[in-house]
Design a protein around this ligand. Structure first.
Ligand code: PLP
Length: 392
């Protein structure tokens, strides 16, 4: 829930083994218990009416939800963290916690598709104005500010086209007008980017991805700065959000291996991306970890690592039939949404209906890959046979 007291001197790998658990509270068992609960009993009416008991009702928190909240709070360097039932629900909750009727929010044009759908269909019902901004704007986002701009929602890099954004510049411009900056930090995870250190107020994780890491749970986290925490805490509590204990437990379990998994994901992704450079079917690779990427310098400045999600553009003139055959021929890469699990995935990228503030090439055919924990040589062989069949 709120900031816990683990030693700041500890390195991240050590922290990952310590955070969110306190064996002496639970008879020495290494992991926190999975508390299935609704009712919490009080010893007497006085305690009940004082509201001083640590737990009052499971919706408001249990030792299980608190363990994960505390762990994420440590990793994000936050004042507090709340859990949500999915990554998308975390984004919706963060937005609604800081917006009211008559407000205006600016959203990065690269935002995750369902984020756009939420903003375009739900926010206007509450008389909240939505505009999209070019992710390359940086400090110039100030030119888009209106008198009623109260929030900026960013995602860096965008999870389809991977443009990096100058978050410190955006955040400092937003701060000048008192606007809340929300960042979807799913790509980097709290291990490779700490948005709150860059001036962001609300950092979001689709825990579904790398934190859970095994493609078996939907979960979101929202971590807040001191400034944004009271509104988040109040909104989360009054709207009744609660995540089931087994799912919370699986996220905590995933967290213990996040660092070793991410390290291997990145290593494998770089091997595959380097190989893709040699393929005549590939025109361009969109991966900030590559020196050739236009976002590489920002990535190097603000991030400490890269995850394994990136995209490549098929060469000009690639037909629908060729790209479809490419995807259908893959065997190790599954065709499916999401990412961050142990297994590799591929999807075609279509920018139509996903961009409104920046120009894009509607004919460009691209592929998004999530590189899993398989041996990269096997992944390369799979991609090679799919290219050969589709373009041969
Ligand atoms: C998947 C994803 C989400 C949403 O997470 P869910 O748990 O699937 O709702 C949000 N942002 C990004 C960048 C994602 O990739």
């Amino acid at each position: 829930m709120t900031k816990s007291q683990s030693s700041k001197a500890q390195k991240i790998d050590t922290q990952l083994t310590q955070i969110g658990r306190n064996p002496s509270d639970f008879h020495g068992f290494v992991n926190p218990p999975v508390v299935h609960a609704s009712t919490v009993l009080f010893p007497d009416i006085e305690t009940m009416s004082l509201g001083s008991q640590k737990y009052s009702y499971a919706r408001r928190g249990t030792p299980t939800t608190e363990s994960l909240e505390n762990a994420i709070t440590e990793l994000e360097g936050a004042a507090g963290t709340k859990l949500a039932t999915s990554g998308l629900n975390a984004i919706a909750t963060a937005c609604l916690s800081c917006l009211k009727a008559g407000d205006h929010i600016l959203i990065a044009d690269t935002a995750y598709g369902p984020t756009r759908e939420f903003a375009d269909t739900v926010l206007p019902k509450f008389a909240i104005e939505v505009d999209y901004y070019d992710p390359a704007l940086g400090a110039n986002i100030k030119n888009l500010f209106k008198d009623n701009t109260t929030a900026v929602l960013t995602e860096s890099p965008g999870s389809l086209t991977f443009e990096m954004q100058d978050i410190p510049a955006l955040a400092s411009a937003a701060k000048n007008i008192g606007a809340t900056v929300i960042m979807d930090n799913t790509w980097a995870s709290p291990l490779y980017c700490r948005p709150l250190d860059l001036g962001v107020d609300l950092s979001i994780q689709a825990g579904t991805k790398y934190i859970v890491g095994h493609s078996d749970v939907m979960l979101g986290t929202i971590s807040a700065s001191e400034r944004a925490w009271p509104a988040l805490h109040a909104f989360h509590g009054t709207t009744g959000l609660h995540v089931a204990p087994d799912d919370v437990y699986l996220a905590l379990r995933g967290l213990r291996t996040l660092s070793v998994r991410l390290e291997r994901h990145m290593k494998n992704a770089l091997v595959v991306a380097d190989w893709l450079k040699t393929r005549p079917e590939v025109a361009n690779i969109r991966y900030p970890a590559l020196e050739s990427d236009p976002g590489h310098s920002i990535w190097k400045r603000d991030f400490t690592g890269a995850s394994s999600l990136f995209a490549f553009d098929f060469r000009q003139g690639t037909t629908d039939a060729q790209s479809t055959l490419f995807f259908n021929t893959l065997t190790l890469f599954g065709l499916g949404y999401s990412w961050g699990g142990f297994e590799s995935l591929a999807i075609p990228v279509k920018l139509k209906d996903q961009r409104t503030a920046t120009a894009y090439d509607a004919d460009q055919k691209s592929a998004r890959l999530h590189i899993g924990l398989e041996d990269p040589e096997d992944l390369i062989n799979d991609l090679a046979q799919a290219f050969d069949k589709a373009f041969g």
